[in-house]
Design a binder for this molecule. Structure first.
Ligand code: SF4
Ligand code: SF4
Length: 288
């Protein structure tokens, strides 16, 4: 859970990241949330090589070593507690609805004064529909607004009953060409575009988010195809373009996923404005 988010919807929000996602976007900034397995991150730049973590491990592991074997780790957290440099961190921890609700009760005052609330992100929040539904119900009881950021790749039937309880959806559309979409994310886009239409048809306010990446989707044909789709099928939805960044690179190293990291180019400010201009031609407003 991330406090004081100001870029994931109105006001001050608490962003809740749910683990698990069916896409493998090559530019993903949250690769630790691809699966729901617990993980141990090692932030090498913080490590003072004191070996206290290895001394604390009852499994005989050295979490600071290059040959650390996560398959033998029980994710007990003893090494995390022993590390004086905060160089170790557990991720993808289980949490219960009551623990989340207690946290939201503490945050409620910020929500009330700022017009904020909760934003579910991930990973893909709709891959955990039962848990998501219970937390949304808790939000409803507290009178807290609910926004969801989705990659759109989820089973509609398992999630459709949640939709009317959601105040706003950030819906990622990465590419309009199915084969290009598959090449860069591992999946085609048919189910994603269909889910976008279904959410729109329920009249849930929607912002389409596009991670703009020079080598992937910053071409006029694709942007025009996206704008035309929004005009024809998602009328009234707004657009937010997010320039690619490499802030996630450190995570790939910390989670020992360096081989999964791919580098792309960030669009310039002029390219961002040019892309927004295409959406303006189709009378699609920017997200506020
Ligand atoms: S989380 Fe527990 S089992 Fe895993 S390396 Fe740390 S101390 Fe050892
Ligand atoms: S306890 Fe922390 S600082 Fe010491 S070796 Fe382990 S990871 Fe590095």
């Amino acid at each position: 859970m991330q406090d004081y988010s100001i870029h994931d919807g109105d006001g001050v929000r608490t962003t809740i990241f749910l683990a698990g996602c069916g896409l493998r976007c090559r530019w993903c900034a949250n690769p630790e949330s691809w699966t729901q397995q617990r993980k141990l991150a090692f932030h090498a730049h913080k490590c003072a090589a004191c070996h206290r973590c290895a001394q604390a491990c009852r499994e005989g592991l050295d979490p600071a070593a290059k040959d650390f074997d996560p398959a033998r780790c029980t994710f007990c957290g003893d090494c995390v507690a022993a590390c004086p440099e905060q160089a170790l961190q557990l991720a993808c921890l289980e949490s219960g609805v009551e623990a989340v609700a207690a946290k939201l009760r503490r945050d409620e005052i910020f929500f009330r004064h700022s017009g904020g609330g909760v934003t579910f992100s991930g990973g893909e929040p709709f891959v955990q529909p039962a848990f998501l539904g219970q937390v949304i119900d808790a939000c409803e009881r507290l009178g807290v607004s609910v926004w969801v950021e989705t990659c759109g790749f989820f089973a509609w039937d398992a999630c459709k009953d949640l939709m009317p309880k959601i105040d706003h959806v950030f819906f990622d559309i990465k590419h309009m060409d199915a084969e290009t979409h598959r090449r860069f994310t591992g999946q085609g886009n048919a189910a994603i575009l269909e889910n976008a239409c279904r959410i729109h048809d329920l009249k849930i306010p929607m912002t389409v988010r596009i991670p703009l990446i020079v080598e992937v989707n910053l071409d006029e044909d694709n942007l025009r195809a996206t704008a035309a789709f929004m005009r024809a099928r998602l009328e009234g939805s707004t657009i937010e373009l997010l320039p690619y960044h490499e802030l996630g690179k450190a995570k790939y190293l910390s989670f020992r996923m360096a081989e999964d990291f791919h580098s792309f180019s960030t669009p310039s400010a002029e390219q961002m404005e040019w892309a927004y201009g295409i959406f303006a031609e189709y009378r699609i407003a920017r997200h506020r």
